[in-house]
Design a protein around this ligand. Structure first.
Ligand SMILES: Nc1nc2c(c(=O)[nH]1)N[C@H]1C(S)=C(S)[C@@H](COP(=O)(O)O)O[C@H]1N2
Ligand SMILES: [Mo]
Length: 198
């Protein structure tokens, strides 16, 4: 596994403003944890402003090129966790296959129970953005998003939808679940983009 060049830096360079490092792994979400008996009915729908929409089964997703990446994550409630290791399919690999149209500027991530979050297309397509099925080398636990979640570690962690079922490419920026409740449309932790009204 390649972890990149080891840089010498203090924790303050590494942790965004007003965040505290935790070694635990807090669980945060609205609604209930889905209970999947098996994945035979599970699929991931990729649609909207794309040339070739895709409907992937879990097996098909596992057959796409896999990446394992290590990132720090930052929750808007104030905790950060360093060096979290995720495995899955890069969003870039998905985009290569569906080919977003030129009009597509934003992405809505759809989770179970109708939960959504919105991100600009450029953020969705970052090198570090992943559709993850594993954490620390083992499948995600139900409460952390089994069988599949988004991981977009350069944004506050609420953008990283757990129990992901759909990826919709859009022209306009449609606020998702927390964004409708005042959370930021982008959510850059380094700029402290927590809420849209402050
Ligand atoms: N489907 C879904 N995904 C979600 C949420 C949610 O309520 N529903 N909450 C988000 C929030 S606010 C956070 S901080 C992270 C928490 O992920 P964790 O429970 O794995 O730490 O999940 C995000 N993904
Ligand atoms: Mo959160």
């Amino acid at each position: 596994m390649y972890f990149g060049k080891i840089k010498r830096h203090s924790l303050t360079d590494r942790v965004p403003p007003n965040q505290n490092v935790t070694t635990s792994f807090p669980v945060l979400h609205a609604g209930s944890v889905p209970d999947y008996q098996d994945l035979s009915k599970w699929n991931l729908q990729i649609y909207g402003l794309v040339e070739s929409p895709l409907l992937l089964t879990f097996d098909e997703l596992k057959k796409l090129p896999q990446s394992e990446v290590s990132h720090d994550i930052h929750c808007v409630t104030g905790w950060s966790k360093l060096d979290t290791v995720w495995k899955g399919v890069k969003t870039k690999e998905i985009a290569k296959r569906v080919k977003p149209l030129e009009e597509a500027r934003f992405v809505i991530l759809h989770a179970e129970e109708g939960w959504t979050t919105n991100v600009p297309l450029d953020d969705f397509l970052r090198e570090s953005s992943l559709l993850a099925h594993s954490y620390n080398g083992v499948p995600l636990t139900p409460e952390h998003g089994f069988p599949l979640r988004a991981v977009m570690p350069h944004l506050y962690f609420w953008k990283s939808a757990k129990w992901l079922r759909g990826i919709q490419f859009t022209k306009e920026n449609h606020p998702g679940f927390w964004e409708k409740n005042g959370y930021h449309m982008r959510g850059d932790p380094w700029k402290e983009e927590r809420y849209s009204f402050d």
